[in-house]
Design a protein around this ligand. Structure first.
Ligand code: ADP
Length: 265
């Protein structure tokens, strides 16, 4: 009896070891596939602007374009595509630094309203170009937050820029806060095109776009939300797509407020 018990236990051990190895293999395979996909994405994203730049500079150099207006149009495309390359390379570096835990953060006690104000001021040019009003409605009892102000501002700017990018001209973007027992929630709401339900689970993924051409045309790199999510987590918070429909989108950020311990132990 003891012998059969031992044999059975041994069989169980072997069984769970085999299962663990299978899981590990699956994880490794998934990691490899993700990596492969990521690099395929990067090279595609880099190749596209380069091919535009090459194509249009050749057209210009071959002297095929006489018309000044057309010339300027091609030069503008070359300029925009170069800017896109720079943005892409910057975003990739930033993401790599974050994932290696090499992003330097500077935590201090800060007034949330100040950071919101500063973010809104920085996007005001982009907003005015589309005649979009960015309204700020902080709550009266906003507490101080132990955070990295530069990074929090970057997060907010990214979300507001998206809100502007994916809204019609002359609409509004609203930002408001809510204080709950141990948390402060920051909401960024727009009244734009929204995000289809079937895309919602993937929008924080690197290079995921709902509509490739539209994002491209508006200058997006497809890395914005991936960077935002990483940064929010580094600051000890959480981000969720709160609601979305064809009437607009709300992103919700949550940060613990009761103590700085939640961030740096
Ligand atoms: P991008 O550089 O393309 O804007 P992001 O990572 O910032 O990349 O966003 C990923 C995708 O999520 C976008 O391409 C867009 O389709 C969608 N998206 C993000 N924010 C919004 C928003 N406020 N309204 C509608 N769609 C959005």
């Amino acid at each position: 009896n003891l012998k059969t018990n031992l044999e059975m236990a041994a069989k169980d051990e072997v069984g769970s070891l085999a299962a663990a190895i299978t899981d590990l293999g699956r994880e490794l395979e998934e990691y490899r596939t993700n990596r492969r996909e990521f690099f395929a994405n990067i090279s595609h994203e880099l190749r596209t602007p380069i091919s535009y730049i090459k194509g249009y500079s050749k057209v210009l150099r071959d002297g095929l374009v006489q018309n000044e207006e057309e010339k300027n149009q091609y030069l503008r495309i070359i300029e925009e595509e170069s800017a896109r390359l720079t943005a892409l390379i910057n975003d990739l570096f930033e993401l790599a630094k974050m994932e290696e835990g090499k992003l330097e953060l500077h935590f201090e006690w800060l007034d949330v309203e100040d950071i919101l104000n500063s973010a809104v001021k920085k996007v005001s040019l982009k907003a005015s170009e589309k005649k979009i009003d960015v309204l700020l409605r902080p709550s009266a009892d906003d507490p101080l937050l132990y955070t990295d102000g530069v990074r929090l501002e970057q997060i907010l700017m990214n979300l507001i820029e998206n809100a502007i990018r994916y809204s019609e001209p002359e609409s509004t973007v609203e930002m408001y806060t809510k204080v709950e027992k141990h948390y402060i929630h920051l909401f960024i709401q727009d009244f734009g095109m929204g995000i289809p339900d079937e895309d919602a689970p993937y929008i924080f993924d690197r290079f995921y776009r709902v509509e490739k051409s539209r994002s491209r045309a508006s200058g997006g790199t497809g890395l914005g939300l991936a960077i935002v999510k990483n940064l929010v987590e580094l600051l000890g918070g959480d981000i969720e797509l709160k609601s979305t429909s064809d009437k607009g989108t709300i992103f919700k950020l949550s940060f613990p407020i009761d103590k700085k311990g939640s961030v740096d132990g």
